[in-house]
Design a protein around this ligand. Structure first.
Ligand code: ADP
Ligand code: ZN
Length: 207
C-alpha cells in the first residue's frame, strides 16, 4: 500500500510517520529529510534547496519530482511506502500519478492556532524523532537514541509564517484533489496527543 501523508507544517506528519513505519512496515520517505541531508552534505541539490527552504517557499517542482521519482525506484520501496511532504501542490500530485499509484491520502488535520508554537518549540534528533521544549524538562538529548537535539533552521517564527501561507495556498488544495479521487481519509486531531492521533490512524489503516 502506498500512502500520502498530508498536513500543515507542525501537524505531526513526521512523528506519525515513524510510528506507522514501525507498525505497518511502510517505508517513510520525507522530501524535507532528503533536502536537509543534501544541505548537510553540501550537494548541488542542497545548495539550490537551501534558499527556498530558508524562505519558507517550495523547492522548484522539477527538482522535487525528480528526487521522488528516483527514490521510488529503489528496491526498498517495493513493499509500500508513505510519502511525507510530497506532493505539496497540485502539479506535484499530477506528476506523482504518472509514476506511482497512490492508494490512500491520510490528512492530519490540526487546529491552525497550535502550529506556530508547536513548530517554534520543536527540537529534533537526526534519527527522526522530534520533541517539544515544554515536555523535555531541560533534556538536550534524544530519549530514543541519545543523539544531540537541535532546532531546525527553518523553525523560526518568520519562516514558519511563510510556510503556513505556502501550505494554505498551495498544499491545502490537495485535500480536494484526493477527495475527488475517493482516496482521502481525514484524521481530525484537535489537540490530541501523538498516541491518540496514532490510534485514530491505526483504525483507518487496519481497515
Ligand atoms: P514541514 O512539513 O514541517 O514544513 P518539511 O521537512 O516537510 O517540513 O519541509 C521543509 C521544507 O522543505 C519546506 O518548507 C520546503 O521548502 C521544502 N520541501 C519539502 N518537500 C517539498 C516538496 N514536495 N516540494 C517543494 N519543496 C519541498
Ligand atoms: Zn534520536
Amino acid at each position: 500500500m502506498n500512502v500520502v501523508l498530508l498536513g500543515a507544517p507542525g501537524a505531526g506528519k513526521g512523528t506519525q510517520a515513524s510510528r506507522i513505519q514501525e507498525k505497518y512496515k511502510l517505508l517513510h520517505i520525507s522530501t524535507g529529510d532528503i533536502f536537509r541531508a543534501n544541505i548537510k552534505g553540501g550537494t548541488e541539490i542542497g545548495k539550490l534547496a537551501k534558499s527556498y527552504i530558508d524562505a519558507g517557499k517550495l523547492v522548484p517542482d522539477e527538482v522535487t519530482c525528480d528526487i521522488v521519482k528516483d527514490r521510488l525506484t529503489w528496491d526498498d520501496a517495493n513493499c509500500g511506502y508513505m510519502l511525507d511532504g510530497f506532493p505539496r501542490n497540485v502539479f506535484q500530485a499530477e506528476e506523482l500519478d504518472k509514476f506511482a499509484k497512490v492508494d490512500l491520502c491520510l490528512n492530519i488535520a490540526v487546529d491552525e492556532k497550535l502550529l506556530m508554537d508547536r513548530i517554534c518549540g520543536r527540537r529534533v534528533c537526526a534519527c527522526g524523532e522530534s520533541y517539544h521544549v515544554s515536555t523535555l524538562n531541560g533534556a538536550t538529548v534524544c530519549k530514543k537514541c541519545g543523539g544531540e537535539l537541535y532546532q531546525r533552521a527553518d523553525d523560526n517564527p518568520e519562516t514558519v509564517k511563510s510556510r503556513l501561507e505556502t501550505y494554505n495556498t498551495q498544499t491545502a488544495p490537495l485535500i480536494d484533489y484526493y477527495g475527488a479521487q475517493g482516496k482521502l481519509k481525514t484524521v481530525n486531531c484537535g489537540n490530541d496527543s501523538p498516541d491518540e492521533v496514532f490510534a485514530k490512524i491505526c483504525e483507518i489503516l487496519d481497515k
